[in-house]
Structures are given as structure tokens and as C-alpha cells.
Ligand binder design. Structure first.
Ligand SMILES: C[S@@+](CC[C@H](N)C(=O)[O-])C[C@H]1O[C@@H](n2cnc3c(N)ncnc32)[C@H](O)[C@@H]1O
Length: 256
């Protein structure tokens, strides 16, 4: 696989996720700065833990779904010799990822695609990962099913996602920060209100790790590990598509 960008998928603007894609495109230019500021750089550590846990083998093809500005993909490429493809439905976020890849001199093929209808053949990837993406899916089970479909049997999936800390003193403090401070700083820096109000809402509405484990199992994954990070602010879910899983189906459209 070279640094050639993949052809763009059929216009994702016609899909129901358009509003979410537009929202991320609107904040793309300040996304990285705010991410590191609002998390006090802890997001970098979480991504490092995630790519270490995925541990692809040399030459493996790895899909970074909801790649955004590409930070998870770059984190993986900095420690593993794998062939990463980034996919996202936001043109604005992908433009930032493309610029970063160029500045770093790194080959990162990027595909504009909806996670709910991935333009890849079944069993195309040995590994897949997604950071802070799945809670945005219009239909979580369809998205999990698509990830299971494009993974080879025996392939691993790492999901890094926000979770809600318990009702400890730390949890209470964090909730105050997350609901009161973060949306204000986000609005102030990005100049848009919606996205940083939307963030706490999606986290609250997202299944807790045990409930998510059930959905993942129903989608055909074996849960290898659920690791709580930084007092439960985020959780790393490490999954396996069992080796005996059903083989490729002809529903995909493209192979890396
Ligand atoms: C919070 S950002 C995370 C970006 C990156 N993974 C990171 O770690 O910073 C979420 C990304 O998911 C993308 N996204 C959300 N729903 C999607 C979907 N259904 N299909 C493709 N991309 C999606 C958004 O466009 C956005 O770039």
C-alpha cells in the first residue's frame, strides 16, 4: 500500500450523519488544540495505551475508523510497522489529517466514508481501532457490525471511548468540569456552541462498559479486556473477532 489516497465514497452528505459530519468539519481547525488543552494532554497517553494494546504484527493492515485529524493513526505508526488506513465522514477533519501526514512525511491513506456503510470488502483488515468515535454513531449496532465485517477472523479491535467515572469525589469534580467548564472553554476557543455541548450529552447517553460488552458480544466480538483509564473518564475496550467467525460476505465495495 502506498501513500495514495483512496477514492472518495459516494457523497456522505446524503446520509443521516451529515449534521454530525458538518459539526466536526466546523471545529476541525481547533480540534487538536482543544483536545490537548481540555484533557491536559491526557488524550495523548490514552491513544498510546490504545495502540500498544492493539499490538498489530509487522505489515498488518489496520483501519483507524473515525480517524478525525489522524492522531490515533499517527500514534500507531510511531511504534508499529503496520499499514494504516484512516476513514472518517468529515471532509474538514480529513483535510487536517491529510495536512499533518504531509508535514510528517508519513503515508496515511484517507477515505471519506460513513462507519455505518464502510466501502471495504469483508475481512480486509487484520486490525481496527476507533477513538472517541463510536458514541457518535446514529446506530451503534450497525457500526459495530461493520467493524466486525471488515475485520479478518482472528483480527483485533481497540475502542477508546469516554465513560462516566463513579460518584466518588473525583467523579463529582470531573462532572462539574465536563458539564460546566469544558463547554464554555470549547465554545470560546472554537467559536461554535454546539459541539462542546454535544460532547457531554453523547457521553451520558452512551452504554456503560458492561452494557457495551453485551452489544459487542452480540456483534460477534470476544471481549479480551476493558481497561478503565484515569479514574474511569475513558475506557479502552480490546476485542477479538474469533478465528472461527464466518468468512467474507460480498457486501463490501473496496479493498485496501
Ligand atoms: C471526537 S472525533 C475523534 C477523532 C480521532 N479519532 C481522535 O482520536 O481524535 C470523532 C470523529 O468521528 C467521526 N465520525 C463520527 N461518526 C462517524 C460515522 N458514522 N462515520 C464516519 N466518521 C464518523 C467524526 O467526523 C469525527 O472526526
Amino acid at each position: 500500500m502506498s501513500g495514495t489516497a483512496f477514492p472518495e465514497a459516494p457523497d456522505p452528505g446524503t446520509r443521516p450523519g451529515k449534521a454530525v459530519a458538518d459539526m466536526f468539519s466546523a471545529i476541525a481547525s481547533t480540534y487538536d488544540f482543544l483536545n490537548h488543552l481540555l484533557s491536559l494532554n491526557v488524550d495523548r497517553r490514552w491513544r498510546k495505551i490504545t495502540v500498544k494494546a492493539l499490538a498489530p504484527r509487522r505489515g498488518d493492515r489496520v483501519l483507524d475508523l473515525c480517524t478525525g485529524t489522524g492522531d490515533l493513526a499517527f500514534a500507531l505508526m510511531s511504534i508499529w510497522d503496520a499499514r494504516v488506513v484512516g476513514a472518517d465522514f468529515s471532509a474538514g477533519m480529513l483535510a487536517v489529517a491529510r495536512r499533518k501526514a504531509r508535514e510528517r512525511g508519513q503515508a496515511l491513506p484517507l477515505v471519506q466514508a460513513d462507519a455505518l456503510a464502510l466501502p471495504f470488502l469483508s475481512a480486509s483488515f487484520e486490525g481496527a481501532m476507533v477513538a472517541f468515535g463510536v458514541r457518535n454513531f446514529e446506530d451503534l449496532d450497525t457500526g459495530l457490525g461493520e467493524m466486525a465485517r471488515v475485520l479478518k477472523p482472528g483480527g483485533r479491535l481497540a475502542i477508546l471511548e469516554f465513560s462516566s467515572p463513579d460518584r466518588s469525589f473525583f467523579g463529582t469534580l470531573y462532572r462539574f468540569y465536563f458539564h460546566r467548564v469544558l463547554p464554555r472553554v470549547g465554545r470560546w476557543v472554537s467559536g461554535t456552541e454546539g459541539p462542546y455541548r454535544y460532547l457531554p450529552t453523547t457521553v451520558e447517553g452512551f452504554p456503560a462498559p458492561t452494557a457495551l460488552a453485551e452489544r459487542l458480544t452480540a456483534s460477534g466480538f470476544q471481549v479480551l479486556e476493558q481497561r478503565s483509564l484515569t479514574g474511569g473518564i475513558a475506557t479502552l475496550h480490546l476485542l477479538l473477532k474469533p478465528p472461527g467467525s464466518p468468512g467474507p460476505t460480498p457486501s463490501g465495495r473496496m479493498t485496501p
